[in-house]
Design a protein around this ligand. Structure first.
Ligand SMILES: [Zn+2]
Length: 316
């Protein structure tokens, strides 16, 4: 679907997975029963499976067309990945490439690929398996990596694995990053790197550390506002209600919470639309700088009103 189309910029959300469920305590180890019940009551069925009490996520990628440049932000989990320790990422078989084509995007159309961070659900379709070999999926594209993120993950690979999760991250490097280094066009970028510009529209990669060392958000600035592709700075709408709640994979939970609060403040004060990697499909968050509130826009307007009332208490 087209998430935004205005002037020189079109943003298409291409979802790899529409429904990705987790036990609440696995995703947010510090969440209390009270917080969970409150969030479930306010946000409703779209975000919580009422039968299993699981938290509902999705996996989205974004194609940004700015002038003549096509940028793919995040590449999802990818098919056929052996992740025995990160079982939620293990051996996907999705129709993501068909979904890209249905959105009128061929692999050859992509000029730049950039991942908000190097976790399995954000860099998987960097590559595809062809004749037993992982090859770059987007043959014309230049793949850009944020230097601190790239170096931290490369150091992990060089140092070897101390635990099962690290072993899966090394597997991820070997099937989703190393083939790009071997065969693709790639480069390292530093903070606040302008990726493309056309007229009054600019797309910029900005640092947003905490979930990982070198996590990026992608700013799309346009006259009258713009959008932020926020990656894993926020995972689920319950973190709008409780922004201090860390996700289990955050490498530095307190820094992640600071980064999340800063993102929400920027969205409110700069009038940005937040486009997420994991909120259930069809949900957008809008911010009202006059009332200093944000609203989770879903199908159910009563949810939105409830969220607004609640959020007044939380963002100052
Ligand atoms: Zn993620």
């Amino acid at each position: 679907m087209i998430a935004r189309s205005r002037g020189n910029v079109e943003i298409r959300r291409v979802s790899e997975l529409d429904r990705w469920t987790f036990r609440a305590s696995d995703l947010f180890p510090q969440i209390t029963e009270h917080e969970l019940r409150a969030a479930s009551a306010i946000l409703g069925d779209r975000f919580f499976d009422q039968q299993s009490h699981a938290i509902v996520l999705a996996i989205h990628t974004y194609v940004v067309r700015i002038g003549t440049t096509t940028v793919l932000v995040d590449t999802g989990n990818g098919n056929g990945r052996d992740r025995p320790n990160l079982v939620a990422h293990h051996m996907f078989e999705t129709d993501y490439l068909e979904r890209l084509r249905a959105a009128r995007i061929q692999p050859d159309d992509v000029d730049l690929v950039i991942c908000t961070h190097l976790h399995p659900d954000h860099c998987g379709w960097n590559t595809t398996l062809r004749s037993g070999t992982w090859r770059p999926t987007f043959p014309r594209a230049e793949y850009l990596f944020h230097r601190p993120e790239f170096e931290a993950m490369r150091d992990l690979v060089i140092g070897g694995a101390d635990n099962g999760v690290q072993a899966d991250l090394i597997r991820m490097w070997n099937d989703s990053v190393q083939p790009v280094l071997d065969e693709g066009r790639w480069g390292l970028i530093d903070t606040d790197c302008v990726l493309a510009a056309e007229g009054d529209a600019v797309i910029t990669a900005r640092t947003a550390p905490g979930h990982t060392t070198g996590h990026l958000i992608i700013d799309i600035d346009e006259a009258g506002g713009g959008s932020i592709l926020c990656g894993d700075v926020i995972h689920h709408p319950l973190q709008l209600l409780f922004p201090y709640l860390s996700q289990g994979g955050d490498s530095d939970p307190s820094q992640a919470a600071e980064t999340r609060a800063a993102l929400l403040r920027r969205c409110i004060h700069e009038g940005k639309t937040m486009l997420t990697a994991h909120f259930p499909a069809g949900v957008e968050v809008s911010f009202d700088s006059q009332e200093n509130t944000y609203t989770c826009l879903g199908d159910n307007h009563s949810e939105a009103r409830a969220s607004r009332a609640q959020n007044q208490l939380l963002i100052g």
